[in-house]
Design a protein around this ligand. Structure first.
Ligand code: CP
Ligand code: NVA
Length: 310
């Protein structure tokens, strides 16, 4: 059966652990594992801009022995309205997997429904699950086992990162707290799903409007831009409500003394995070960015093995 990775809970807790364990192994052995040798081609399609995702998938596919095919959707017929399902049917006869960064989650669900090869979500408006795999790998490297750790995300609680931290964090057995303005709360359906997973893993999922209560005793503090891709027209509205949730040195004094700081990047210093924090000793954001490579190589290997036994 073809396995896709469209949202964080497409991997069970055991499966997520398998992917992360392989990711740690690949971080120490970049070129020793080549399931895409041939080379097999992997299509990586972008409806939105990208630096890290584009680089890490292109490099990762090559390191797995494969050939990356990077497609800017606007320069393909997708940009002129060719149906998603038709694009899937053209691609899946030629490529081993499809990676796609797009807008609504329903679009990537449509691609997966029509594709015989694994489809991987490289960010949608609702979820960014590849980023959370990289973040969990970073937490393992710096803090050891994830179960029982407190992970706090501050900022836009309704965006893709908030939703993926909720689902991916509880899958890893973490206590996930989202701190955000009340008008930017996570989707209640995602919170309910996170609570359901948490009841199996020993984690928990919570939301609060109080940034100090959120960060109290945190082991991991994460944030993201207040203006996600596609929201540029709301930029002026998306500042004042978030200022109390900025990750400052003052706020970090409430976290555990050995807490680490994550940011998926790109970062806006002086907005969602102080320069002294992101450029300071608790920040592990460059490891986090590198871990996109290792986590996605592990994910692609795992999905292909599960789908085709290769
Ligand atoms: N973190 C992340 O996905 O970065 P890019 O938008 O640069 O790919
Ligand atoms: N929430 C951000 C993440 C960027 C990697 C966005 O969607 O733009």
């Amino acid at each position: 059966m073809t396995r896709h990775f469209l949202r964080d809970d497409d991997l069970s807790p055991v499966e997520q652990d398998e992917v992360l364990t392989l990711g740690l192994q690949l971080a120490g052995d970049r070129f020793g594992h080549q399931p895409l040798a041939g080379p097999k081609t992997v299509a990586v399609i972008f409806d939105k801009t990208s630096t890290r995702t584009r680089i890490s998938f292109a490099v990762g596919i090559a390191e797995l022995g494969g050939a990356p095919l990077i497609i800017d959707a606007q320069t393909s017929q997708m940009g002129r309205g060719e149906p998603i399902a038709d694009t899937a049917r053209v691609l899946d006869r030629q490529v081993a997997a499809i990676v796609w960064r797009t807008f609504a989650q329903t679009r990537i669900e449509e691609m997966a429904a029509a594709s015989k090869v694994p489809v991987i979500n490289a960010l949608t408006d609702e979820f960014h699950p590849c980023q959370i795999l990289a973040d969990l790998l970073t937490v393992r490297q710096h803090k050891g086992p994830t179960a029982g750790l407190k992970l706090v995300y501050l900022g836009d609680g309704a965006n893709n990162m908030a939703h993926s931290y909720l689902l991916g964090g509880v899958t890893a057995g973490m206590h996930v707290v989202v701190g955000s303005p009340a008008e930017y709360q996570p989707d209640p359906a995602v919170v309910a799903r996170a609570a359901e997973i948490a009841s199996q893993t020993g984690g928990s999922a919570a939301w609060t409007a109080d940034p100090y209560a959120a960060v109290d005793g945190a082991d991991v503090v994460a944030t993201d831009t207040w203006v996600s891709m596609g929201q540029e027209g709301e930029a002026s509205l998306r500042e004042a409500p978030f200022v109390p949730y900025a990750v400052t040195e003052q706020l970090m004094s409430k976290a555990s003394a050995d807490a680490i700081v994550l940011h998926c990047l790109p970062a806006y210093r002086g907005k969602e995070i102080e320069a002294a924090v992101i450029d300071g000793p608790q920040s592990v954001v460059w490891d986090e960015a590198e871990n996109r490579l290792h986590a996605q190589k592990a994910l692609m290997s795992w999905l292909l093995a599960r789908s085709f036994g290769s």
